[in-house]
Design a protein around this ligand. Structure first.
Ligand code: 5GP
Length: 121
């Protein structure tokens, strides 16, 4: 899939402060905020602040500090939201047409708070 980044996508607009969001955590490299259409009692989105389209783009081109910060921030978010106990959580990413990616800025969905359904229909 293409790694050409569209700076008009909705998460780029959130990062520029053009659209409000309900922030859970923010670092110099990462933003975590509540999904506008939650699919579970906890449903937040973690995004790098850099212009990456998808996981493969982020993993290939981001600096190590961005990749480290992103995952550490996800882990801290899970702890803050009470997801690191025995009930656990799910972290998933959609990429491209087959993944039904809606917003072309890399994001990890973090879901929890109930038993979740099977992943693939
Ligand atoms: P995707 O299908 O790309 O993996 O998921 C995109 C997610 O972004 C969806 O769960 C959708 O509800 C969420 N979303 C779309 N627009 C907005 C928005 O303006 N604000 C927030 N907080 N979430 C959004």
């Amino acid at each position: 899939m293409s790694w050409t980044y569209d700076p008009t996508n909705i998460f780029a607009r959130i990062l520029r402060g053009e659209i409000p969001n309900r922030t859970v955590m923010e670092t110099p490299h990462t933003l975590v905020f509540h999904d506008i259409r939650p699919l579970a009692p906890v449903h937040v989105l973690a995004i790098p602040k850099g212009a990456y389209v998808s996981l493969d783009h982020f993993a290939a081109e981001a600096a190590e500090v961005e990749i480290m910060d992103f995952h550490r921030t996800v882990a801290k978010t899970c702890a803050i939201l009470g997801l690191t106990g025995p009930d656990g959580f799910r972290a998933i990413t959609n990429a491209g047409a087959h993944g039904l990616q809606e917003v072309p800025h890399y994001h990890l969905h973090i879901l929890g708070g109930r038993v979740l359904g099977r992943l693939v229909e």
